[in-house]
Design a protein around this ligand. Structure first.
Ligand code: ADP
Length: 598
């Protein structure tokens, strides 16, 4: 911008300088010319006055010398050179030169002009007598007879005549110099007034191009420049808000991607990883942030997945398949490879989406297993019922003893069938969330006592002791029926799987905002390797024993489901031959998970 200012300044100086020189040249010439003309006219007037004074004072050319005294007097009064010349060109009198030394003036143009009959003549030329540039004016001198008897000439140095003019020129020079100075100052001020805001605008646009959108034009200049500045400000404002929107969208997008339950990975056209989200790390069990910029082949070790990615790159179209990844454990992922336009025009990037459906598939398997198991489990009592009733109809009916025995078996089997159907129905109702929860503050001890009452008879038959071993009043927010069901199943199992004369103890305490209910027996215990599976549906350690005890294999599944539904968890400590302890942890204050999520 300084360069531009310099150029403008130089341009104005050059233009003004050239015009000043031309103006000075023309006007000084005009002044000189006018001064000369004016002084010439004055000289002529003086000549005419002198002529009129001297005319008619002599009779002939010979008397010219008589005029000398008068001329000398006149010469004293004026500074002009007065010359008197006779008709032959001889100088009779010259106020500025010795007439005897002066050469004949006949050839002088102003003399020739008078001799040729002109009334007055003027010339400016270099004087041979005084050797300076002079202005000459000559007029004839008339005798009393009216004849030309001599020539009177006045002359003045041109330098003298233009003396005033030179002052004018000096004044002109001062005027031009002052104007030039003012021009420089004005141009400097003006270029600054225009240049500085333009410089500011340039800097703003520069900053905008470097994404500094907070910058604004603040100078006040000519309104055209201010308008431009305002437009730049509008532009900056728009860019700033657009950039904010882009950043916000980007942030939202990142948040969304980071909280997606689907693993996301972006691959560029060179098959390098450019982005991953946390779930992708979780699915692959590896921190992939360090792998950004690396080939996907360093990360995915699955042949199926790699083939799918390669197929997407080759065909340049979406690929979808369910793939099993064998990491620490098997993971089933629904895989989508989606093409998206790359940053470089004409290239394609790919988003690898992995949706972990291991749990879904497991649940599906559990369900199908459940149907198969349930059918199988139901078939046993049904087959028994069918077999015994057929045998009875085939003739055993007649034998009263056999009849009673068979009917007792049939009653037992149908009770088991009933129990099993009830448990299956309860589980399916729980899973379909058909059981309404009626949460209220409940004292755990009262529920345990209710359960003891129900199981009292069964325990007495086995001469077993049911006891509450602590006296802490544990109360919690829970659905009464569900808590009762949990304790009933657990204490029921404890009674079932503990030999005669054994004991079952229930202990209730608080631990870290949770109520803990421990059901302990000194029964047969559960082998270590079976402990992880006993909560599975229909899973029983010893099928015959369970059946004899009237078990369905669903009791603990129901317990686990109910406990988790109440935001709690269940732990198991057991040793074969020594006994088993189930610990149920339930929150003291129940928070509905659906209301939590809101
Ligand atoms: P069941 O109706 O057979 O009792 P559950 O689901 O209640 O079914 O229990 C599953 C299996 O866990 C039982 O068959 C039994 O083998 C084992 N079990 C449960 N509770 C105990 C316990 N207190 N002591 C020993 N084994 C137990």
């Amino acid at each position: 911008m300084k360069q531009l200012r310099g150029r403008i300044l130089l341009f104005f100086l050059a233009v003004f300088g050239v015009f000043s020189i031309i103006f000075f040249y023309i006007s000084s010439n005009v002044f000189v010319q006018q001064g000369l003309e004016q002084q010439g006219e004055d000289l002529k007037a003086q000549l005419v006055t002198l002529q009129s004074q001297l005319n008619d004072t002599i009779d002939s050319e010979q008397d010219l010398e008589e005029l000398m005294t008068g001329l000398e007097k006149a010469a004293e009064a004026v500074s002009e050179r007065i010359t008197l010349i006779d008709l032959s060109g001889n100088v009779i009198y010259d106020s500025h030169a010795d007439q005897d030394m002066v050469e004949n003036h006949l050839d002088r143009p102003e003399i020739q002009s008078i001799l040729n009959g002109d009334g007055i003549s003027t010339y400016d030329r270099v004087s041979t007598s005084t050797e300076d540039l002079r202005y000459y004016t000559a007029a004839p001198l008339l005798s009393t007879e009216g004849e030309t008897v001599g020539i009177l000439r006045l002359s003045k140095r041109v330098e003298e005549m233009t003396g005033v003019t030179e002052e004018l020129i000096r004044f002109l020079l001062v005027f031009i110099a002052t104007s030039l100075l003012l021009t420089v100052l004005f141009t400097y001020y003006w270029t600054r007034r225009i240049g500085d805001p333009i410089e500011e605008i340039k800097q703003i646009t520069n900053k905008l191009s470097h994404q500094k959108y907070g910058t604004r034009y603040r100078s006040a200049s000519y309104h055209e420049i201010d308008d431009l500045g305002e437009t730049i400000n509008d532009l900056a404002g728009n860019l700033e808000s657009q950039m904010q929107e882009i950043k916000q969208n980007d942030k939202r997008m990142r948040e969304l991607i980071n909280h997606l339950v689907i693993g996301v990975m972006v691959l560029n056209e060179n098959r390098e990883i450019t982005m991953v989200n946390p779930i992708m790390n979780e699915i692959l069990g590896e921190n992939l942030y360090g792998k950004i910029g690396h080939s996907y082949l360093e990360v995915f070790k699955s042949y199926g997945l790699n083939r799918l990615i390669e197929a997407a790159f080759e065909k340049n179209e979406l690929q979808n398949r369910e793939i099993s990844l064998f990491l620490q454990d098997e993971r089933i992922v629904d895989t989508n490879i989606v093409p998206i336009p790359g940053r470089i025009q004409g290239t394609t990037n790919f988003i690898v989406l992995l949706y972990d459906i291991t749990e879904i598939r497991r649940l599906e398997r559990v369900r199908t297993d459940f149907v198969a198991n349930a059918s199988h489990e139901l078939r046993t009592p049904i087959t028994a019922l069918k077999g015994f009733s057929e045998t009875l109809l085939d003739g055993a009916l007649e034998d009263r003893e056999v009849l009673v025995e068979f009917l007792e078996i049939m009653l037992k089997e149908s009770s088991r069938l009933d129990l099993m159907v009830q448990d299956i129905l309860q589980l399916s109702k729980l899973e379909q969330k058909q059981v309404r929860m009626n949460v209220e503050s409940i004292e755990a001890k009262s529920v345990v006592k209710e359960v003891f009452q129900i199981l009292q008879q069964k325990a007495e038959l086995k001469e077993m002791e049911l006891s509450i071993i602590n006296h802490e009043n544990v109360s919690l927010e829970v659905d009464h029926d569900q808590l009762k069901q949990i304790i009933l199943n657990l204490v029921g199992n404890a009674v079932s799987y503990t030999p005669e004369k054994g004991k079952v103890e229930v202990e209730m305490t608080y631990l870290n905002q949770e109520a803990v209910i421990k059901i302990r027996d000194n029964g047969i215990g559960i082998p270590q390797q079976e402990q992880s599976r006993i909560f599975e549906r229909f899973y029983r350690v010893d099928k015959a024993r369970s059946r004899n005890a009237g078990g369905t294999g669903l009791g603990l599944s129901i317990v686990k489901y109910l406990v988790e539904n109440l935001n709690g968890h269940i732990e198991l400590v057991s040793e074969v031959g020594k006994g088993t302890m189930f610990e149920v942890y339930l929150p003291i204050i129940f928070e509905n998970p659906s209301s939590q999520r809101r």
